[in-house]
Unconditional design. Structure first.
Length: 129
């Protein structure tokens, strides 16, 4: 799922606003989105995170197994953003902010039960946040 790019400045992420995946364990350290993503980048087993963004401080839920990101395990959930680490950058130096963070934006089709199908989503190009 997550590859490593040797010549890069920032890791590449996919972001799904309003979605979560089951199986993550809360990490209590981060207080910002950038800190949560940086924690995942520094944790070799981390393949993605769910961030509860409607609470203060925010809540960071790292995913340490790729099977947790399977489409059958992803659900709609207001107030949460689901991030998938597409390419890990060993040179990334982010510690707090999201400046320069590369997101690959995707349309998010779902069925009548609110299930998302991330592996069949069409890439609509890079977006910056």
């Amino acid at each position: 799922m997550c590859g490593v790019l040797a010549s890069c400045v920032e890791s590449e992420w996919e972001r799904y606003v309003g979605y979560t995946a089951l199986g993550a364990t809360e990490y209590a350290g981060p207080r910002t989105i950038g800190q949560c993503l940086a924690y995942c980048e520094r944790t070799s087993a981390c393949v993605g995170v769910d961030i509860d963004v409607d609470v203060v401080p925010l809540r960071c839920w790292p995913h340490l197994r790729a099977d947790q990101l399977h489409p059958d395990n992803v659900y709609s959930q207001q107030g949460t953003s689901h991030y998938r680490l597409v390419h890990r950058c060993p040179n990334a130096t982010r510690t707090t902010g999201t400046d320069g963070l590369v997101f690959t934006a995707f349309l998010t089709p779902f069925d009548k039960k609110g299930k998302v199908f991330p592996y069949s989503l069409p890439n609509v190009g890079p977006a910056r946040s």
